[in-house]
Design a protein around this ligand. Structure first.
Ligand code: ZN
Length: 919
């Protein structure tokens, strides 16, 4: 039988018709017809096949729970029949529409026989996988193949799956011998389809999902092999810059062609040379190949991980890592210099290219949040000086037209908002490289920004993001689809091959095989995307950083705080919350009031006063929460003249600031709160004690932020204290001018606090860093902290740190815990650890207990390695040094000063492994 028009050959090089196609290599996705119900059936059936029915019941239960299948499960047999029956129905329906001759019905199982066959099959009979092509059954001699597919044989039955992983045919009642000897070139009827075997697929290629993957080689990530096996039609990435030269030009080129910078100096950063197949594809004119060398002016300032990153980006945008793809995602954690790596890449490619010295880029576009536009320009100047490159920033006074009209500029920096406004003009400019900073915002493919950016014809696309992008597999797909469109197939394929099995395998109730399949698919997805996604954590530079000492300080509440706290807890609102009356979320108001009280009673006082001045308010719950509370305050209390002795935390803070000011007067402090009102209180404290300060919160205009930050970080900063609202800090805010950071209150989202800490302990920090977190002992703040650290312990929970809304939902049990005040404990968190030290000695748990497995990432199981950007887990906290403060002399001079108001301290010192390097 002749293969005439199999899609793999239409798309591939029809000339070299391979007899044997290595699994997965040349297959392409072609069919798109599916329904939701079918997916469910496939799942049922797959489970059925693998397990021989043994623990089928439990698995179907799992699926019922998770996917709302309405099958009533009474016995294993019944479900099987049902599943098989519906599949038959589908195939029959398909037959009808296809007008398949009746004779072919012979190949179709009836519901009865399918069940019997399945039951008869030996449980250990061998499953085999084949890559095949298929067409509708016909008597014609010349087959018109309609698609690639995967054939799975087991015992006497077969399943045919299209390249999206969807069932397109099933059959049973074959001779076992016939299936057993199935081999390349042989044909078989499956349902109404005829198939021809193209090759054998390994079980591994099937379970990893690799066999469904078009476009990327299965095993080798080696760029050479990839480009050589490329079957995609040539596409023109270099067309615009690298035009074929005339003979004369070529001669001239080859004479004058030498690397722009010396590749042989000791510190030179030389990009990898393109291999033969890359040259064959992108150097048609046969120009001389020259080394691309990063300008030593910038290369001399690069850390090792940054050099690696630049090579990675270079290979991606050159199409050297994945043939025919030019996108990359650089997902390094904050503080690793993503901007610098991009600047080095842009500068290199604006001046150089591997073929005939021709620069690869003419123009590059950087899209970034509005608050960072100026920062990008500043970084360009910082690393390259203003004489090497002129970058154009688009703002009110500098329109896109100016950039178009001027030959001076080759880099344009624009905010996402401005991009949307001037999209028409930007579309008319030809950019050869597109960099999307904070690009996780493109995680939704339907938003305007994504559509706008996709409309730019530029193929070389880089997404920069510091947010872990693997937490949500749908968002993950959207980001990948943006940088390398089509590389994971259609969305429905992706869901079936990767997302569904992976998500299912992470569910606590997943069966062993589901776990195994999910893990394999996850591993394959990681391998595949790892070709163009690079993520490093801060660990890579921690060794260059000075030590970091973190202290969690449990501050005793004052008598007034305790009395107010008890009053609030006894209110009718909280009582009714605990009885489950949660309409209009009154618990959130209660939580808010308690948090204010912990920061300072005057904040609660102010809230009560405002409420009473506003009688028309409909907030019944809030007024009733405050009922009688005002009587607890002293008669002459006013919110304007607050006293620091009314708040446990503020007492500690005042002493701590005094200690730092006295002992370490040259060093500065960042003081963080989540609340503007609290910042006002803290600001008053600064005024009262004569500490110079500067402030950045939500009201600070974007245009002034950079200046405030620069001034503070400068050598001669007049400010001793930087008052920072953690919510308004924005991304990428660098406050290395300070070496002490105090978190005055706590956020539900651990990411907020972690981000705040990273502003100080980051690249460029020269002093040992001290971080203090203040918590009111026994109060709601401890509970929030416990929730932060126990989050990681929740089994099976996928935690997305970027989501903040989850704290609005609490069970009654959780609320009871939140609304309990522990007056006699010196540290409830320590009590919870069930540590037996009694807080009496400097205690450091050295047990070998391993930290739990982190679940924050959906595609990679992170095996609990401590990471400065991840919230601590309970068991990690246990390993911190901790002690109750009574009757002890503390080695820490700062803490010694404050211990009077402190009940307990957890402390940990991170010491870098190697001495600080350079600058
Ligand atoms: Zn202990």
């Amino acid at each position: 039988m002749r293969r005439s028009a199999a899609p793999s050959q239409i798309l591939g090089n029809a000339g070299k018709k391979p007899r044997f196609i290595p699994p997965g290599k040349c297959l392409s996705v072609c069919l798109k017809n599916e329904t939701k119900e079918m997916d469910q059936e496939i799942k049922l059936k797959e489970v059925d096949e693998k397990e021989g029915g043994a623990s089928l019941l439990s698995k179907i239960n799992v699926q019922n729970q998770n996917e709302n299948i309405t099958h009533s499960v009474e016995s294993t047999g019944k479900v099987k029949t049902k599943a098989c029956f519906s599949i038959d129905k589908r195939i029959k329906a398909e037959m009808k529409t296809l007008n398949v001759p009746k004779a072919d019905a012979l190949y179709l199982p009836t519901s009865g026989t399918a069940k019997e066959e399945a039951a008869q099959e030996a449980p250990d009979c061998l499953v085999k996988y084949f890559s095949v092509v298929w067409c509708k059954a016909s008597k014609k001699k010349h087959k018109k193949w309609e698609g690639d597919a995967i054939l799975i044989t087991k015992g006497k039955s077969v399943i045919l799956k299209d390249m999206e992983g969807k069932d397109i045919g099933r059959g049973t009642g074959y001779k076992a011998k016939e299936l057993d000897s199935l081999d390349e070139g042989q044909t078989l009827m499956v349902g109404g389809k005829e198939i021809e075997v193209m090759g054998v697929i390994s079980a591994d290629d099937f379970s990893s999902g690799r066999c469904f993957q078009a476009g990327i080689g299965p095993h080798d990530t080696d760029a050479t092999a990839l480009s050589q096996t490329n079957t995609k039609p040539f596409c023109k990435p270099l067309k615009n810059v690298c035009q074929a030269s005339t003979k004369e030009n070529m001669l001239k080129d080859s004479q004058s062609c030498k690397p722009r910078h010396d590749p042989n100096t000791s510190n030179s950063l030389v990009m990898p040379r393109p291999n033969a197949s890359h040259q064959w594809m992108f150097n048609k004119a046969g120009l001389p190949v020259v080394d691309v060398v990063v300008d030593p002016y910038i290369a001399n300032n690069l850390r090792p991980h940054q050099k690696e990153g630049i090579i990675f980006l270079y290979e991606c945008v050159m199409g050297m890592r994945v043939s025919g793809r030019f996108g990359a995602i650089l997902a390094d954690e904050m503080g690793l210099g993503k901007t610098l790596q991009c600047i080095a890449l842009v500068w290199t490619l604006l001046r150089q290219g591997p073929y005939g010295c021709k620069p690869l880029l003419k123009r590059a576009l950087v899209v970034t949040p509005g608050s960072l536009v100026k920062n990008w320009k500043k970084e360009f100047q910082k690393w390259l000086g203003s004489e090497r490159i002129k970058v154009f920033t688009v703002d009110q006074d500098h329109k896109v037209e100016e950039f178009i009209g001027s030959p001076l500029y080759s880099v344009m920096i624009i905010s996402y908002e401005m991009l949307l406004r001037s999209l028409d003009q930007i579309q008319s400019v030809e950019f050869n490289l597109l960099i999307c900073d904070e690009g996780h915002r493109l995680k939704n493919s339907t938003i305007k920004t994504t559509t706008a950016l996709t409309s730019l014809s530029c193929e070389r696309r880089i997404i920069l993001t510091g947010t872990p992008i693997q937490n949500d597999l749908q968002e993950f797909y959207a980001l990948i689809e943006f940088v390398n469109p089509g590389i994971l197939g259609s969305l429905s394929t992706y869901r079936k091959i990767y997302e569904e099995p992976i998500v299912r395998s992470r569910e606590p109730s997943a069966a062993e095989e589901e776990k195994e399949l999910g893990e394999k698919r996850a591993a394959e997805l990681t391998r595949l995307t790892g070709l163009f996604i690079l993520r490093r954590t801060q660990e890579v530079i921690n060794k260059f950083l000075p030590p970091k000492k973190e202290s969690i300080i449990f501050c005793r509440p004052t008598a007034l705080q305790l009395e107010l706290y008890r009053k609030l807890l006894s209110s009718r609102v909280i009582t009714s919350c605990l009885q489950g009356r949660l309409e209009n979320s009154p618990h959130l108001i209660c939580i808010g009031a308690l948090k204010k009280l912990c920061n300072h009673p005057c904040l609660l006082f102010k809230a009560i006063k405002e409420k009473s001045c506003d009688p028309v308010s409909e907030e019944y719950d809030e007024s009733s929460l405050y009922e009688g509370v005002i009587d607890v305050f002293p008669q002459d209390y006013t919110s304007d003249t607050f006293s620091e002795t009314d708040s446990g935390k503020l007492q500690v803070l005042v002493k701590l600031l005094a200690a730092i000011h006295e002992l370490n007067s040259s060093e500065r402090v960042v003081l963080v709160s989540n609340y503007t009102q609290t910042l006002n209180v803290l600001q008053d404290v600064c005024k009262h004690y004569g500490y110079s300060y500067t402030r950045l919160d939500g009201q600070t205009p974007v245009s002034q932020r950079q200046h405030i930050v620069d001034t503070f970080n400068g050598k001669f900063s007049p400010a001793f204290i930087f008052l920072l609202s953690s919510k308004a800090g924005g991304v990428g805010l660098n406050l290395v001018g300070a070496s002490h950071l105090i978190l005055y209150d706590i956020d539900w989202n651990p990411a907020t606090d972690i981000q705040a800490m990273a502003r100080v302990w980051r690249d460029g920090q020269k002093h040992a860093v001290h971080i203090y977190r203040l918590l009111t002992t026994g109060s709601i703040e401890e509970k929030i902290y416990q929730r932060q650290i126990s989050k990681q312990d929740l089994s099976g929970a996928v935690v997305d740190l970027s989501k903040t809304s989850e704290h609005t939902h609490f069970s009654i049990e959780e609320l009871k815990n939140l609304f309990t005040l522990h007056e006699d404990s010196s540290c409830v968190t320590h009590d919870l650890l069930e540590c037996d030290c009694m807080g009496k000695i400097d205690h450091q748990n050295t047990s070998s207990e391993k930290p739990p497995i982190s679940r924050s990432c959906q595609i990679e199981q992170n095996h609990g390695k401590p990471n400065s950007k991840k919230p601590l887990s309970m068991s990690q906290l246990m390993q911190w040094k901790h002690f109750s403060v009574q009757h002890q002399t503390l080695a820490d001079p700062f803490l010694e000063r404050i211990k009077e108001n402190v009940s307990f301290i957890f402390q940990n010192v991170t010491t870098p492994t190697s001495p600080p390097n350079k600058t």
